[in-house]
Design a protein around this ligand. Structure first.
Ligand code: HEC
Ligand code: HEC
Length: 130
C-alpha cells in the first residue's frame, strides 16, 4: 500500500502554534514532527518515506541491543540526513511555493527521489528532433 496523501506537518510545536502541545508519550525523540502527532499520522509519514525512497524502515532506523528496531535511536546516520531533508522540503514549499500546509506541499520527498535513495542527476537521453 502506498500512502500518497499523508505528508504530515513538519510544523506544529509550541513556537508555531503559540500554545503548549501535549506530547504523544509513545514517541521520545521527535525533533521535526509535532510532538503530539498521532500514531496514524506518524506512520503515514514513515510509509511515505519508504515509498518515496524505495526503502524499508531499516534504511533510516537502527536496531537496539535486542536486535529489534529501536525507532527512537539516532544511531543510523540516514535518520539525521532525513531530518535535514525534511527541513529543506519544508523550506522549499514555504519560500518558493508559499505553501504552509504540509498536506498541500508541492514539492515532497517523492518529487525528487521518485523511488530512489539517490535522486537521478541526469535526465534521460532523448532522441534529437531534426
Ligand atoms: C527516510 C528515513 C526514514 C524511513 C525510511 C523511516 N523513518 Fe521513521 N523516522 C525517521 C526520522 C527522521 C524520524 C524522526 C523525526 C523527527 O525527529 O521529528 C523518525 C521517527 C520514527 C518514529 C518515532 C520514534 C520516537 O520515539 O521518537 C517511529 C516509531 C518511526 N520513525 C517508525 C518508522 C517505521 C515503522 C518505518 C517503516 C515503515 C520508518 N520509521 C521509516 C526517518 C525514517
Ligand atoms: C529538492 C530535491 C529533494 C527533496 C525534496 C528531497 N531530497 Fe533527499 N536527497 C536529494 C539529493 C540530491 C540527495 C543525494 C545527496 C548526495 O548524494 O549527497 C538526497 C539524499 C537523501 C538521503 C540519503 C540517501 C543515501 O543513500 O545516503 C536520504 C535519507 C533522503 N534524501 C531523504 C529524503 C526525505 C525523507 C525527503 C522528504 C522529507 C527528501 N529526501 C526530500 C534531494 C531531495
Amino acid at each position: 500500500m502506498i500512502s500518497t496523501s499523508v505528508f504530515y506537518s513538519f510544523v506544529g510545536n509550541k513556537e508555531d502554534r503559540g500554545y503548549e502541545v501535549k506530547p504523544n508519550r509513545k514517541y521520545s525523540n521527535l525533533k521535526i514532527l509535532p510532538k503530539d502527532i498521532s500514531e496514524e499520522e506518524l506512520m503515514g509519514v514513515m510509509r511515505n518515506f519508504n515509498a518515496s525512497l524505495g526503502v524499508k524502515c531499516s534504511f533510516c532506523h537502527a536496531p537496539g541491543a535486542d536486535g529489534k528496531m529501536d525507532f527512537s535511536s539516532d544511531e543510523n546516520k540516514h535518520k539525521d540526513v532525513a531530518r535535514e531533508m525534511m527541513k529543506m522540503t519544508r523550506g522549499i514549499n514555504k519560500k518558493y511555493f508559499k505553501t504552509k500546509n504540509p498536506k498541500e506541499f508541492q514539492v515532497n520527498c517523492f518529487t525528487c527521489h521518485q523511488g530512489n535513495k539517490q535522486p537521478q542527476a541526469m535526465p534521460p537521453v532523448i532522441e534529437q528532433k531534426r
